[in-house]
Design a protein around this ligand. Structure first.
Ligand code: HEM
Ligand SMILES: *[C@@H]1O[C@H](CO)[C@@H](O)[C@H](O)[C@H]1NC(C)=O
Ligand SMILES: *[C@@H]1O[C@H](CO)[C@@H](O)[C@H](O)[C@H]1NC(C)=O
Ligand SMILES: *[C@@H]1O[C@H](CO)[C@@H](O)[C@H](O)[C@H]1NC(C)=O
Length: 511
């Protein structure tokens, strides 16, 4: 009997559906020992919904609060808020590797920078060549570059945004912070600032471009298959920034390429700055281009978020602000004013300032991406449960850093005193707090290379800003716009009135 086309077709549909069901079921079974939202056990829909809402960091923290310290959020995806597991995965000799979450951060499909390099040996080699430059020891001008950009910010505020009884010049401080950190990191990376503060504008639409692109990158991280499509030869050319672009990331690559080129070849310039250190440790010209662009991406939104957090959380917390300003004023009146800006050495000796910096990083960690790591061959046992190889485990920043077991009942609020109290108590508790808070910068062999640069930058910025100015939020009922995208924060509309502080005006060096 001849089989009709339509019954063949029906058979095909039935078989496909059956295969689909078997696949879903097997995918469900793989990690069934881990609790989590039920829809997450066989589909990525839960993760997609969080991505769509820009709430991944909050949703995964809620999930950990509800279901436990190791929670299933996708067919092959777990997430944890347990500092021990996070440290174990990134430990120097850990067999875990980075997942394809990191692929979305590549700027080129031909050459990986250190953050997206997933070949462990190449990652270690690259890291070793970069560490000396990032440590600051081989960059004699690091602090001076930071000071110069801070002075540039203060000049801009003096000329455009200082309010008095007669003048009201409100400003979006979130935007000024971004100008500041972009100029600092480009001065550190290229030897000269890109000039955002000097021109007081979003040069070449860089910030607008970043704002438009980050949500797309987040989709690539949530669904790496999309990113894979981007790597197809024809599409790759269209989708990736190129150094010939006249805006956005591409423009930045063009600038990086030009500047890096002056450091190689027969007429090369030799400088003792960060790039100079990379080169003297054997980075090729192409590698140096990638690392320079990465530095700008990794080192601008992050530090801007911390400085904005400081401004918002301090100006809405008068007792804390008052204590900080008393400490800053005292330090300032003792200074020999050889440099207009507090040195990092001096900043480190101010306990309340340092407690504020730590608390800002804790209450609003600037990097909250899942940054999943992959369970090694043979699997692993975590929390007394077996986790099969290939499972991806992500990081819940909000869960780790607002954990009441570490920070006690008021973990949700901004209270720098907790650090001074813990120091008085000493011992185990302080150690646990320190070790947990450090995870803001990642740990072990994946730890942030820019941590030292970031701490110098934010300590100086926070100290000098509050030494010089008083702030008033223009509309306390709507303090800022803050959206999380691909683990970074896009923040704007931190509208403030800035006035010069009287007590210090006469002792500040002229800019
Ligand atoms: C407050 C500011 C910052 C925070 C919170 C932060 C946090 C982080 C985190 C969480 C990671 C990844 C850890 C992982 O993959 O598990 C990272 C990596 C990295 N960061 Fe930062 N960062 C900050 C500022 C900076 C700055 C200013 C620079 C550059 C000067 C920088 C350069 C890097 C680089 C190059 C990596 C990749 C390291 C590697 O893959 O081996 N970061 N950072
Ligand atoms: C991620 O990048 C690596 C190379 O670094 C590649 O081998 C892998 O196929 C990529 N994964 C996806 C899902 O695109
Ligand atoms: C951002 O820059 C990239 C690469 O330089 C470009 O392809 C893209 O069209 C730009 N997007 C926007 C919204 O400006
Ligand atoms: C905790 O960190 C501070 C610096 O932030 C350091 O001075 C102190 O020694 C650390 N204490 C412990 C016990 O880790």
């Amino acid at each position: 009997m001849p089989v009709s086309l339509s019954s063949l077709y029906s058979l095909g549909v039935v078989l496909t559906l059956a295969a689909g069901v078997v696949h879903l079921f097997r995918s469900y079974l793989r990690l069934r020992q881990f609790p989590g939202p039920s829809i997450a056990s066989c589909t990525k829909l839960w993760m997609m919904r969080s991505t769509l809402r820009g709430r991944m960091h909050l949703d995964i923290a809620d999930a950990c609060r509800k279901y436990g310290h190791l929670v299933r959020i996708g067919p092959n995806d777990l997430v944890t808020d347990d500092p021990k597991i996070i440290r174990r995965m990134s430990a120097v000799r850990s067999p875990y590797t980075r997942s394809d979450w990191y692929n979305a951060t590549a700027f080129s499909h031909k050459l990986n920078h250190v953050f997206c390099e997933r070949d462990e040996q190449r990652h270690i080699d690259l890291r070793n060549k970069l560490i000396p430059g990032y440590s600051g020891k081989e960059n004699l001008h690091l602090e001076r570059s930071i000071d110069e950009q801070l002075i540039s910010l203060f000049k801009l505020i003096r000329n455009e945004y200082t309010s008095t009884i007669r003048e009201f010049s409100p400003v979006d401080f979130a935007r000024l912070c971004q100008f500041l950190t972009l100029d600092i990191i480009s001065a550190v990376a290229f030897g000269e600032p890109m000039g955002f503060l000097e021109h007081n504008e979003d040069l070449h639409g860089y910030i607008a471009n970043q704002t438009a692109m980050l949500p797309i990158f987040e989709w690539f991280s949530t669904l790496p298959i999309l990113e894979k499509v981007m790597r197809l030869p024809g599409i790759s050319k269209l989708a990736m920034p190129t150094p010939q672009d006249t805006n956005g990331a591409g423009l930045l690559m063009g600038v990086a390429r030009k500047i890096v080129a002056t450091r190689y070849g027969p007429d090369k310039k030799v400088r003792r700055d960060m790039l100079g250190s990379f080169i003297s440790h054997g980075l090729t010209q192409e590698e140096a281009e990638q690392e320079t662009v990465l530095q700008i991406f990794a080192g601008s939104d992050t530090t801007a978020t911390t400085i904005r957090t400081a401004v918002l959380f301090l100006i809405t917390n008068p007792p804390v602000l008052n204590k900080l300003q008393i400490e800053l004023d005292a330090a300032h009146s003792l200074r020999h004013l050889t440099t207009p800006i507090l040195t990092y050495d001096e900043a480190q000796k101010l306990p309340y300032l340092q407690a504020c910096v730590k608390e800002c990083l804790r209450i609003w960690p600037p990097v909250v991406g899942l940054m999943q790591k992959v369970v090694p061959p043979g699997g692993d046992t975590l929390d007394g449960k077996f986790v099969p190889e290939g499972t991806q485990i992500g990081y819940s920043a909000w869960g780790v850093h607002r954990n009441p077991r570490v920070y006690r009942v008021d973990a949700e609020i901004f209270r720098p005193e907790r650090w001074l109290e813990a120091e008085e108590e000493g011992g185990e508790r302080l150690l646990a707090m320190n070790r947990t808070q450090e995870l803001v910068f990642g740990s072990g062999r994946y730890a942030c290379l820019g941590k030292q640069v970031a701490l110098i930058e934010v300590s100086k910025a926070i100290a000098e800003i509050f030494l010089r100015y008083d702030f008033v939020l223009v509309d306390p009922s709507r303090p800022w716009q803050s959206v999380q995208r691909n683990g970074l924060f896009l923040q704007s509309e931190l509208m403030v009135r800035i006035s010069e502080r009287q007590i210090n005006a006469d002792r500040l060096q002229p800019l």
